[in-house]
Design a protein around this ligand. Structure first.
Ligand code: GRF
Length: 223
């Protein structure tokens, strides 16, 4: 059962909370011009693409950059006519050189914001300084808890009863930038790593498009 609580400014259900409440979605004309970075299953890439095609999010994805040839976002992007670039990080001596290669590609597309949708790489200050405040990441925990890799496992192992996911701005310290939106959900006794992952990812797909719109409002205000 869903219930809106005005004072909490959050969407409350029996087993999750999203904050801020998803309402008054900022609109953009012209559409926000995004680049997405992805490494893995691409479910967040897909959720963002769907939010765009459903007109929930006034954005376009000009380019998808992947660091793995088998990233599942590739075929989805191609089917949508989105340009895909594979940049193999193993071919670069360090993070800075790798990020410089990304910047070189992005410079052709007039990108307003970079979306790390399951980007399994730590970004260096080279990329962060090139897009100050304009890089967003999704992390599968209620930050500032459980930063870094294996956040879902860390939450289970620690015995917390509530976890979730967070969209935040990217700064040099991993998983530490300003939080834009979060979803919290309970961990039940029956939850396994797999069931909890599914629950968290379902919430990621809800909050990420909204968080992009919230962040983009600030990008446009600055421009
Ligand atoms: C998500 O759980 C996200 O929180 C983390 O990596 C996962 C990526 O999933 N950063 P997908 O590739 O979007 O399906």
């Amino acid at each position: 059962m869903l219930d809106y609580k005005d004072d909490a400014n959050s969407l409350i259900s029996d087993d999750f909370i999203i904050s801020p409440k998803i309402e008054n979605i900022p609109r953009f004309k012209p559409k926000i011009n995004l680049a997405v970075l992805a490494s893995g299953n691409g479910s967040n890439f897909e959720a963002i693409s769907k939010a765009i095609s459903n007109n929930f999010l006034d954005a376009k994805i000009s380019i998808l950059i992947v660091n793995k040839e088998d990233c599942l976002a590739i075929s989805k992007a191609k089917s949508l006519g989105i340009i895909v670039k594979y940049i193999n990080h193993k071919e670069y001596r360090n993070r800075e050189l790798y990020d410089s290669a990304i910047i070189k590609i992005l410079s052709k597309y007039d990108i307003e914001g970079i979306i790390m949708a399951g980007w399994m790489r730590i970004v260096s200050s080279v990329l962060i300084d090139a897009f100050p405040d304009r890089i967003l990441n999704i992390h599968p925990s209620l930050l500032p808890s459980f930063k870094g890799a294996n956040a879902i496992k860390k939450a289970i192992d620690s015995g917390v009863k509530i976890t979730g996911c967070s969209v935040h701005r990217v700064v040099k310290e991993v998983d530490s930038g300003e939080i834009i939106a979060q979803a919290a959900l309970n961990i039940s006794d029956k939850d396994t790593y797999n069931t909890l992952t599914k629950k968290i990812q379902a919430k990621e797909h809800e909050i990420f498009p909204y968080a992009i719109a919230l962040a983009a409002r600030r990008w446009r205000d600055k421009s």
